[in-house]
Design a protein around this ligand. Structure first.
Ligand code: PGA
Length: 251
């Protein structure tokens, strides 16, 4: 089965409104007709959602980097699903490892967010991945299985769910998983999806790789049978790099 690849930029805590406008101006000049073969997304800071949505002008889908699982209430500093929808934003990253590491995100809060997003018909781009210590002590499979089972149990529908496998030791470090290391985990995840949702749904699930993906390593990763795109941090900040990655994925 042909799965449409996804290339998703994760801008983390970068850029101002002026920088976002400049980014999409240059990005539009680099757009190629073959890019229709991929779904292009950017996960941007809350304050930039509206400006990015406007500046992207249909070239890319803009999503949030986080969302709260409650509908509303006394949660200072948080943003709800309805508040995203109010801006025309229809998806969010969930459980990025930086949120798990620095902001107390757990399998439980990730699960609640996945439930609420998929129940609302919104895209949940849910992230999993092992730390360096976990890989070195041969726990990769156990950790990813635990994280994935929790996400699959929580999803109300698999149609609006996308998984990103991001080994924590590869994020922002310049160390990329080899094609084979990444494929092994992606295959594990698709196998779990098969057990949970059945063959047809598992074949449709898009599983992205993230962690120091760059223009020169994305093509090799994409050739692996269970890798369907990338979640890109550093290399998504400049139009020239991100455009090169889309070219490499869509040619
Ligand atoms: P990186 O980040 O591409 O800079 O390693 C990926 C991510 O954190 O999503």
């Amino acid at each position: 089965m042909m799965r449409t690849p996804i290339l998703a930029g994760n801008w983390k805590m970068h850029k101002t409104s002026a920088e976002v406008r400049a980014f999409f101006k240059e990005f539009s000049q680099r757009t190629q007709s073959n890019w229709v073969r991929a779904d292009i997304m950017f996960a941007v800071p809350y304050t930039l959602l509206a400006v990015a949505q406007e500046a992207a002008d249909g070239m890319a889908t803009i999503i949030a980097q986080n969302v709260h699982f409650e509908a509303s209430g006394a949660y200072t500093g948080e943003i709800s699903i309805d508040q995203l929808r109010d801006l025309g934003i229809l998806g969010s990253l969930v459980g990025h490892s930086e949120r798990r590491q620095y902001y107390g995100e757990t399998d439980d809060t990730v699960a609640k967010k996945v439930t609420r997003l998929t129940d609302a018909g919104m895209l949940a781009l849910a992230c999993v991945g092992e730390s360096r210590a976990e890989r070195e002590s041969n726990q990769t499979e156990a950790v990813v299985t635990r994280q994935i089972q929790s996400i699959f149990n929580a999803a109300k529908s698999i149609d609006r769910l996308v998984i990103a496998y991001e080994p924590v030791w590869a994020i922002g470090t310049g160390l990329t998983a080899t094609d084979e290391q990444a494929q092994a985990v992606h295959k594990l995840i698709r196998g779990l999806a098969r057990e949970h949702f059945g063959e047809g749904s598992a074949a449709k699930l898009r599983i992205l790789y993230g962690g120091s993906a760059k223009p020169d390593n994305i093509a090799g990763l994409m050739q692996q049978p269970d890798i369907d795109g990338g979640l890109i941090g550093g290399a998504s900040l400049k139009p020239i790099d991100f455009a090169a990655m889309i070219d490499n994925v869509t040619q």
